[in-house]
Design a protein around this ligand. Sequence first.
Ligand code: KIV
Ligand code: ZN
Length: 528
Amino acid sequence: MQHVAIFDTTLRDGEQAPGFSMNVKDKLLLARQLERLNVDVIEAGFPVASDGDFEAVRKIAEEIREVSVTGLARTNPGDIRRCWEALQGAAKPRIHTFLATSDIHLEHKLRVSRAEALDMAAAAVELARSLCDDVQFSAEDAGRSDREYLYRVVAAVIEAGATVINLPDTVGYCMPDEYGAMFAGLADVEGIEGVTVSTHTHDDLGLAVANSLAGVLNGARQIECAVNGIGERAGNAALEEVVMALHVRSGLLGFRTGVNTREIHRASQLLASVTGTDVQPNKAIVGRNAFAHEAGIHQDGVLKYAGTYEIMTPESVGVPSNRLVLGKHSGRHGLAARYRELGYELGEEDLARAYMLFTKLADRKGTVYDEDLLTIVNVGLPSVPRTYALKHFHLVGQADAVCAVTIGLEKEGVVYTESATGDGPVDAIVRAVNQIVGTNGRVLEYAAKSVTQGSDAVGEVFVKVDFGGRQAAGRAASTDLNIGAALSYVDAINRATWLASGDGVAVDPHAAVSDRDPGVVAGRQRAT
Ligand code: KIV
Ligand code: ZN
């Protein structure tokens, strides 16, 4: 097995993409996760671009000790010196300098001749090498560069002291054979055996990962990539995809990386939460559906032997457990298994009833998620006794700051009142209600959405709560989302109390609830 280094550019090329900009704190959080992931190089930013980027590179260079840290610099001395300044504290610093080599860039962007560009590249590498032992040169738009000229530039920068040569397909234009051939052609360049050769691919034609692998098969031993495939335009090669392709097909390809694959899911989730941009559900490796099996025949197979439909385990990339997504093609087996995972062991009769409700729901909405299943066993049960009812609600504070709430719950004619503070309204509400009821309920999921239109819209709040291993869902609707949150949490408590008493019988949850109980929306109390 030969080692392929993983050069992560999430914090540089990735961060350049619209909607993905990160502040210093965000970048540090991600850099720590990239260190846990055990990538080989972290490209932390472009120090000359802004003071923030300089600071991010400086802080990451100071803190991250196990992984090489690099910053990007154009070929001018100012960029290179600024980059080196930012990298001062690094345990393993690398200066990454780049210059375009394609005629289209030289003529229209840089307005320099080929000879001038070659000299600029060599001079930049020489300066960088006088400062730092590890210097990477990238020939921007190598994919569209004249090969003979490209190889002359590569030879010149190697002579000037480059330790890593990167040939980017900057505009995602190359076909895998073509990109691979460019690397194969490096074999005749003088000094190439003494440097590491790298890929850097963009996904404009959806070929970034295929091109990275083609590069490796033709001599590259470093892949530049980004978590969740973020990057300029359509993005860079996705780290999780190149790593898992090399890992899963190591028998065929013969390469390994040092990446701790079990940290992949966490890295992906962290990036999504820091940038506020979710991963598309069908994204390879890290999408919500990447390990989801819907068709009954698939579910049956996976339950019998995961290898029937899984080429890698969810656990191998850090996804907590297999997720069966249920839809109209799913069978009873899959349904029972999912309920088991949610903490419900349904008997024959309950399963039959739940299955009947589930097929109706699946027909109507396609995919049935966990919260729907909880609704079937929870909301689908006849009038859950209202052990607790919300009587008083008073909240002080901002939505995103410390909040104080006073809540009064009535039980058997007596109103119990408690106050609590929390990080935001939901946290404060949960604490106050838990104090009254004497439980340690923990909100696993919280979702609020508008169900009517206009400024007086009614919002529906859904919570999924864990009560020491058993889950219960709660729903409520209100024009005030904070009251909605309190009502839905109390609803979950009432359900959990009732389920624990063991007298639940499922009924059709889709019967219009408001028909059964005026003043009730979406199955629960209405407060306006
Ligand atoms: O796409 C590209 O060419 C780059 C270089 C700066 C490495 O991002
Ligand atoms: Zn790029």
